[in-house]
Design a protein around this ligand. Structure first.
Ligand code: GTQ
Length: 326
């Protein structure tokens, strides 16, 4: 949290001292920071290259035993928010790696989590006893206070992107985790049972492809991930799958939500505010709130698929939603 000096140097020093000792700082020196004329964020647009992150994740798997780490995660920390373990002011993101035979023990916590599988096969996450298969591109949620652990029955390292609302929950001083419980390998769960927590990429990709065929060229091809009752995946965070047709340059837009994008397929670039970010499969990039976002599919003749998650449900619930499209 930022701490700023609110002393009014024009006041008699003894009076300033008295205000300080009575916990009564003046508002007038801080008002422009508390209520700026423009929306401001310390978060900056940034891209994490999968090519660069991948060897560092695999090295973490060699250097740090899972028993020590509990969750072996490299945090995608916004360069504008150093030391704060956040990708935007309200969202946490990280890349988690698990090796064959390992288990990340069971716990539950007040923050909500969502996951997008980046690489590998054979891992699973268990949410309230339901074993959810983790295949590349799958989207899996862990709503608040649900027991969850991770395991790996495959042969090569598995990596996924974690998104959590930890900074938002911490703003309410509401972050809490249970003691650990050893993970047990559960029985396989049916697709129907997994459907509460898991959206397989195979199905999402098929739906996007169909949508792309029936959507006018000037309309975006996007599917929001929703629960069986049509709600956002968790109360605080939304998620979308985007399909960029070959050569497509999407319309720009901006909103008061922060957004984290992950490249499932294709190559291209996105303009986030004034920053141009090139991307390829496995890359993750962030658009802080109120930054113009425009995606450009540079893949020659191929579609590009992006996953994204956001804090839109939270900011809507607070009555702070605003959106602009030119
Ligand atoms: O998998 O439970 O990236 O508790 C951060 C905190 C993942 C998890 C994270 C967590 C988890």
């Amino acid at each position: 949290m930022s701490v700023f000096v609110t002393r009014d140097e024009t006041l008699p020093p003894a009076y300033s001292q008295a205000l300080e000792s009575h916990a009564l700082p003046p508002l007038w020196t801080a008002l422009h920071v508390l209520l700026p004329k423009e929306r401001v964020t310390a978060a900056v647009p940034h891209r994490w290259s999968w090519r660069e992150a991948r060897p560092l994740l695999h090295e973490a798997a060699r250097l740090v035993p899972i028993e020590q780490a509990e969750r072996r995660v490299l945090v995608l920390e916004n360069p504008g928010l150093k030391g704060m373990y956040r990708i935007t002011s309200t969202l946490f993101a990280g890349l988690q790696v698990i090796l064959p035979g390992e288990t990340a023990p069971s716990h539950h916590h007040t923050p909500a989590a969502l996951r997008l599988i980046v690489e590998g096969e054979g891992a699973f996450t268990t949410v309230d006893g339901i074993k959810c298969t983790m295949e590349r591109g799958d989207f899996i949620i862990t709503p608040p206070m649900r027991w969850h652990d991770h395991g790996h029955e495959g042969a090569t390292p598995v990596v996924w992107l974690d998104g959590l609302d930890i900074p938002l929950v911490r703003a309410f001083d509401a972050s809490w985790v249970s003691p650990l419980r050893p993970a047990r390998v559960p029985e396989p769960a049916s697709d129907a049972a997994q459907a509460e927590f898991r959206w397989p990429w195979r199905a999402t990709r098929g739906a996007l492809e169909g949508l792309a065929a029936s959507t006018p060229k000037d309309r975006p091809v996007t599917r929001a991930y929703v629960t069986l009752t049509g709600a956002p995946p968790v109360a605080t965070m939304g998620a979308d799958a985007h399909w960029l047709r070959p050569g497509e340059r999407a319309r720009a837009g901006r909103s008061t939500a922060g957004r984290v994008f992950h490249v499932i397929e294709g190559r291209g670039r996105s303009r986030i505010g004034e920053t141009e970010l090139a991307w390829e499969p496995g890359d993750t990039f962030v658009a802080p709130p109120w930054h113009w976002i425009q995606h450009d599919n540079g893949s020659a003749g191929e579609p590009a698929c992006l996953f994204s998650f956001n804090d839109e449900p939270a900011i809507r619930a607070l009555g702070l939603w605003q959106e602009e499209r030119p």
